[in-house]
Design a protein around this ligand. Structure first.
Ligand SMILES: Nc1nc2c(c(=O)[nH]1)N[C@H]1C(S)=C(S)[C@@H](COP(=O)(O)O)O[C@H]1N2
Ligand SMILES: [Mo]
Length: 411
């Protein structure tokens, strides 16, 4: 067995399978994971704020940028994690399999990290292809797993700190080191036997080259990794970054589709608001304590109208710029005596659904570009975009841009 494992490791030796390479790829992976985790937290807490949290209302593209980074770094993690596994997996054939107590922690944390990461990346990727079908289930799992991943990553980094610091810079002698497993080989290892030929062939087969063991050079390996990662970025960011819209292949929402040139996620039929939204007697209830005014669409249209350019920036990573026209939320709320410190509870005509109600903090309410929108891209709002009136605000995720308004309440 020992002989077999040894042969396997020898067969898998490659200039791109060194501790230095593991550190180089690991660093990139660490950056991508941290960016993805941080932007994920921002997105989570802007939707479920804890007491005292503050979110900026400007620049208006802050959430769009956040989510673009989240989805792009998430996708880039896929080639990076595969590259990292490719670099280090011969370590699995180390002998003895578990050297000491630290090795248990090391292997255990890696197993959890890899398992959780794969699930996380797959469900995240799937979610970008459809609207949140089971929003609470997806969000809870995705949120919970992120802490498992970051925790196991922290353990992994702590355990590997000696190697990481040794190979953080290219060693002065230019030697990239050998994967740990090789280091534990006894010097008295017997000369290669017939075994090596067999395991060599088997391993090189696993490795992708059917006859000779594949020895991917450092440069070739980094080149392939760079090209794959760059391709993933270029084929994704177009869903939120206008100049690259044409190369958007992974991002499922294409620019300019849907009514009035803007994609929709939840239809009026799904939200069961077709009748209530088209009701000619519709009026928006604006409340402050027991003070209430009822504002019809004609009343809203008679107020001072403003034009703003703001994106719908969905949690799923796509975003789209649009022009909106309507009443300033702050001017409407002034009718019931709102102060600069008040937040507003916004409710939709929708009776069920995760996004029927949202709370908007005072800085967003007072932002002059936050509108109760009546028009989109030069036409009256389509029913699918929230007719008779919807909220559009800067720096907030699409899920909080409430459609088919029913009530606005000062809190
Ligand atoms: N009432 C209500 N408003 C809603 C939603 C919803 O489910 N119900 N979905 C939101 C989501 S997820 C997005 S991305 C935007 C999409 O806006 P659009 O359909 O106008 O493009 O609307 C938001 N407003
Ligand atoms: Mo969304």
């Amino acid at each position: 067995m020992r002989r077999l494992l040894y042969d396997a490791r020898v067969a898998l030796e490659s200039p791109s399978r060194t501790p230095r390479m593991a550190v180089v790829v690991g660093r990139l992976l660490g950056i991508a994971f941290l960016l993805c985790f941080g932007t994920g937290l921002y997105s989570h807490f802007i939707q479920h704020p804890a007491d005292g949290m503050f979110f900026p209302n400007q620049p208006y593209w802050i959430y769009q940028l956040n989510q673009g980074i989240h989805v792009t770094t998430g996708i880039v993690c896929i080639p990076l994690i595969l590259a990292k596994l490719w670099t280090v997996y011969p370590n699995l054939f180390g002998y003895p399999a578990i050297k000491d107590k630290l090795a248990i922690l090391e292997r255990g944390s890696i197993a959890i990290f890899i398992g959780a990461s794969i699930v996380q990346l797959v469900i995240g990727l799937l979610n970008t292809y459809q609207s949140l079908v089971a929003p609470f289930y997806f969000l809870q799992v995705h949120y919970g797993l992120s802490f498992v991943i970051i925790g196991s990553l922290a353990i992994h980094i702590a355990v590997k700190l000696p190697i990481i610091s040794r190979y953080w810079r290219k060693p002065a002698d230019g030697h990239d080191g050998e994967l740990e497993a090789y280091e534990s080989l006894p010097v008295t290892e017997p000369a290669p036997t017939a075994f090596q030929g067999i395991t060599g062939r088997v391993m090189s087969y696993i490795d992708g080259a059917p006859t000779a063991p594949s020895k991917v050079s450092r440069r070739g390996f980094l080149g392939a990794l760079g090209a794959t990662s760059a391709a993933a970025v270029v084929l994704t960011v177009g869903q939120t970054f206008e100049p690259l819209a044409a190369t958007n292949a992974f991002g499922p929402r294409e620019k300019g589709t849907g009514p009035q040139g803007v994609p929709i996620n939840r239809t009026s039929k799904q939200a069961k608001v077709t009748d209530s939204a088209m009701d000619p007697n519709w009026a928006l209830a604006v409340r402050n304590g027991d003070q209430e005014v009822s504002v019809s669409r004609a009343d809203l249209a008679a107020m001072q109208q403003y034009d703003v350019q703001l994106p719908i920036a969905c949690v799923e990573g796509w975003s789209q710029m649009a022009s909106w026209r309507g009443v300033r939320l702050s001017e409407l709320m002034a009718a019931v005596g709102i102060t600069a410190a008040n937040s507003v509870r916004i409710q939709s005509l929708e009776e069920k659904g995760a996004y029927r109600e949202t709370t908007m903090d005072a800085n967003f309410v007072q932002d002059p570009t936050t509108l109760v929108a009546l028009q989109l891209n030069g036409e009256d709002l389509d029913l699918e975009h929230g007719y008779p009136a919807r909220i559009i605000a800067p720096g907030r995720p699409g899920v909080l841009q409430t459609k088919w308004l029913a009530t606005l309440e000062v809190i």
